[in-house]
Design a protein around this ligand. Structure first.
Ligand code: NDP
Length: 307
């Protein structure tokens, strides 16, 4: 069985930042990249809000830069997914998808969260070409254009309000006849003149051409259909934290996010740390994930020094 001092699971901004800090602290980190090497940012196009890139940077390029920086300090980055974890005693025992058995003195979990999609074929076709699950990341590209947001929760309201400040018109597509969001968020939406809430509608198809999204075909609960002309289609129907492997072994909140102690990266199991979206249902920004990767690595370093 291979013995690893500091094992990092996941290769988004949190995982790579944790690796940079852990490697520079001589913890010889090993990173398992997970199902989506580079994480959620590899599915976006331009990133303009990550500090240090005055001209913006593509999501995949940003992740490549972070990866290179981690490699520069000799991080051992491996393809592969951790499919089993036993956190009941130290060293922790983990199994990869190729059947390799590992033991780790300390673990940093940065497996991220996955945005939920509707499951339409056209949605996949136009991903990155008008279909996005992050208004903060991509809204800017739809300045003075018409867009739609799907969902009726706090995220959808927040994203619709944000988009309304940039775009000409924002449709909210809500499948029920009410918003699930908090009253304060609802009020913001109803008080924003360029947001139109379409209650009782589901999206049947996203329409577009080789340039990207041009509209959406909606179906009302009464069966009638209507088309809206839009250039951006934003999903805000929730995220799903990637914590299945750790369920029952770590404290998770009711939505499945890892609970950490205050602002630290410490979880309910000593020696296990969490960073990035897997512990953050609120901010979900690359720079926040990177910051929490740093925090988790510093906590991990202190833990290893004292054990
Ligand atoms: P939620 O689960 O609260 O809301 C998801 C929304 O998407 C619901 O309106 C739901 O509809 C809709 N939905 C789900 N699946 C589909 C589908 N297949 N088709 C159409 N619509 C669908 O997720 P959020 O991301 O909004 O929020 C997650 C948590 O984070 C919540 O606890 C929220 O309060 C919190 N949050 C807080 C914020 C704040 O305080 N500022 C900001 C953002 C999030 P339905 O109602 O019909 O189920």
């Amino acid at each position: 069985m291979e013995h690893i001092k500091c094992l990092i699971i996941g290769s988004g901004p949190a995982g790579y930042t944790a690796a940079i800090y852990a490697a520079r602290a001589n913890l010889s980190p090993v990173v398992y990249e997970g199902i989506t090497p580079g994480g959620q940012l590899t599915t976006t196009t331009e990133v303009e809000n990550f500090p240090g890139y005055p001209e913006g940077v593509s999501g995949p390029q940003l992740m490549e830069d972070l990866r290179k920086q981690a490699l520069r300090f000799n991080t051992d980055i491996r393809r592969g997914v951790i499919v089993k974890a036993d956190l009941s005693s130290r060293p922790f025992h983990l199994t990869t998808d190729s059947g390799d058995e590992l033991e780790a003195e300390a673990l940093i979990i940065s497996t991220g969260a996955t945005a939920k999609y509707l499951g339409l074929e056209s949605e996949q076709k136009f991903r990155g070409m008008g279909v996005s699950a992050c208004a903060t990341c991509d809204g800017f590209f739809y300045r003075r254009k018409d867009v739609a947001v799907v969902g009726g929760g706090d995220t959808a309201c927040e994203e619709a309000t944000y988009l309304a400040s940039i775009c000409r018109k924002v449709y909210m597509i809500v499948r029920k006849d009410y918003l699930r969001a908090s009253k304060a968020m609802q009020e913001k939406v109803f008080n924003t003149p360029n947001i139109e809430v379409l209650f009782g509608y589901n999206t049947k198809e996203i329409l577009g051409d080789e340039e990207g999204v041009t509209g959406a075909l909606l179906q009302s609960v009464d069966g009638s259909e209507r088309t809206i002309d839009i250039m951006g289609f934003f999903l805000a129907i929730g995220h799903h934290p990637n914590t299945e492997v750790f369920a029952g072994q770590l404290e998770l909140n009711p939505e499945g996010y890892i609970v950490t102690e205050g602002a630290s990266g410490r979880t309910s199991v000593e020696g296990v740390f969490a960073a990035g979206d897997v512990r953050d249902p609120h901010y979900r920004q690359a720079i926040v994930a990177a910051g929490s990767g740093c925090v988790a690595a510093l906590d991990c370093e202190r833990f290893l020094l004292s054990h």
